[in-house]
Design a protein around this ligand. Structure first.
Ligand SMILES: Cc1cc2nc3c(=O)[nH]c(=O)nc-3n(C[C@H](O)[C@H](O)[C@H](O)COP(=O)(O)OP(=O)(O)OC[C@H]3O[C@@H](n4cnc5c(N)ncnc54)[C@H](O)[C@@H]3O)c2cc1C
Length: 419
């Protein structure tokens, strides 16, 4: 049984874990964070995400809330250009994808979470699949004679203040799904770093039941946008708490882009949390100082947003934000296929493409096809892994390049051009 180690236990790591399980691998996922707390926020479910779950989700869970049309608002809340259809999109939440993937990977499940009518997650426990929280991969090396990868990691102690312990583990392949910052990528591509776009994505959720009747009527069926000068906002419905997709129990998810030039006092203020700690990329729900929430969210929403969007920003209890960045690695496969960049670790698209999670699913589906065909032909593992340098890498890089280009074009136009 070949052994794969995956560094990074978010969505791309789990996509990879589920397909390798199907292919008969023993899989160990190391996740640096001691707990995976989803922000519960929205994810547009692209075609390959849907295909992935059709192929591999044994729980048969309903993942999405459908939006059948799009509309653009003007500043007064009226609809401009009319409502246009033929734009069906499926929306889901990070939590929903995470828990259904965990159920399929190692049978882990959350008790009150809503799964589908298929297999019970508890029947999917598999001792060959291991998901280890609080384990950070610190280094790796490949034995050139055997091709085996040796991975070193640290384990966070459960006792506060106690030093971490260390460990090593060997595998046939190491998949790096560590997100855009990906420390393990530095060994091969030290100069590939995230570049800041010049704007942040504020995000938040409002329970559907808390919307006013007018706003519910305007926003709950339709993917809605507002373009103002140097600002853009959008909203769509997603599953609610416990992954509930029933109307009335869902969440309205919103994203609001605003410009903050790096190095300015406004930027520094945004990146400093309520305890004075300076963050480099994102601010989690609950960490923003009250005065920032007051001026940057509430006051600005009052001044520049259409009434429906103003309402949802003001009703959001714990807004958070992420910096919008660009990241593109020029290569995905290293050491004859023993080290592979996956998901955002290869390319972190801007959110306008709504395709970051889809990219992880694309990588996993391509990997599944490649390894399954190699196995059907009786190709030795070593040759099959080396073969990833061919079509798998070329397709992954071409997909990444398209996303990087379109994300930058869309974002720069809306944030720095004319609305
Ligand atoms: C907790 C969490 C919540 C999120 N919530 C949302 C959301 O609500 N909406 C949304 O659109 N997107 C969300 N995202 C981002 C979204 O998952 C990704 O942009 C997209 O799905 C691509 O995922 P990824 O797995 O490639 O990268 P990421 O999601 O960035 O995951 C990378 C993972 O690798 C881990 N990691 C990094 N370095 C190491 C290391 N050395 N050793 C071990 N582990 C390591 C990180 O802790 C992280 O869990 C969230 C991400 C996380 C981690």
């Amino acid at each position: 049984m070949p052994h794969a180690i995956i560094s990074g236990g978010s969505l791309s790591g789990l996509f990879a874990g589920v397909v390798l399980k199907q292919l008969g691998y023993r899989v160990t996922i190391f996740e640096r964070s001691p707990v995976m707390v989803g922000q519960g926020a929205g994810i547009v479910c692209g075609g390959e995400v849907a295909q992935f779950f059709q192929m591999f989700d044994k729980t048969k869970t309903t993942l999405v809330v459908r939006s059948n049309a799009r509309q653009h608002l003007n500043k007064d809340g009226g609809v401009v250009f009319g409502t246009y259809s033929n734009t069906v999109q499926q929306m889901t939440s990070w939590d929903k994808l995470f828990y259904v993937l965990r159920a399929n990977f190692d049978g882990f499940h959350k008790d009150d979470f809503i799964y589908g009518p298929g297999d019970e997650p508890s029947t999917m426990v598999d001792k060959n699949m291991s998901y280890r929280l609080g384990h950070a991969v610190t280094s790796h090396s490949v034995d050139s004679a055997t091709g085996r990868v040796r991975v070193e990691y640290t384990v966070q102690s459960a006792t506060e203040g106690a030093p971490p312990t260390t460990g090593t583990e060997e595998a046939d392949v190491l998949i790096c799904a560590e997100g855009p910052a990906a420390p393990s990528r530095d060994v091969y591509l030290p100069d590939v770093k995230r570049g800041y776009s010049g704007y942040l994505a504020f995000r938040g959720l409002v329970p559907e039941a808390e919307l006013s009747p007018e706003t519910a009527k305007s926003l709950t069926q339709i993917f809605t946008f507002y373009f103002g000068k140097k600002t853009q906002m959008l909203s769509y419905m997603i599953p609610g708490p416990r992954g509930d997709t029933t109307p009335g129990n869902r969440h309205l998810n919103w994203v609001w882009y605003n410009n903050y030039a790096e190095g300015t006092p406004e930027y520094k203020r945004m990146m400093t949390d309520k305890s004075g700690r300076v963050h480099s990329n994102a601010m989690r729900p609950g960490d923003l100082p009250e005065d920032v929430i007051q001026t940057e969210y509430r006051q600005r929403a009052e001044e520049i947003l259409p009434p429906q969007f103003k309402e949802i920003v003001l009703k959001t209890k714990n807004p958070f934000f992420q910096r919008v960045t660009d990241l593109m690695a020029p290569k995905a496969v290293f050491h004859d296929g023993r080290f592979i960049l996956f998901g955002d670790a290869l390319q972190g698209p801007r959110p306008h493409t709504a395709a970051s999670t889809n990219q992880g699913a694309v990588h996993a589906l391509l990997l599944f096809d490649h390894l399954r065909q190699a196995s059907a032909r009786g190709t030795p593992l070593q040759t099959a892994l080396k073969g990833l340098e061919g079509d798998w890498q070329a397709t992954a890089l071409s997909y990444a390049g398209q996303l990087a280009y379109s994300g930058k074009m869309m974002g720069d136009r809306s944030q720095f051009g004319e609305p």
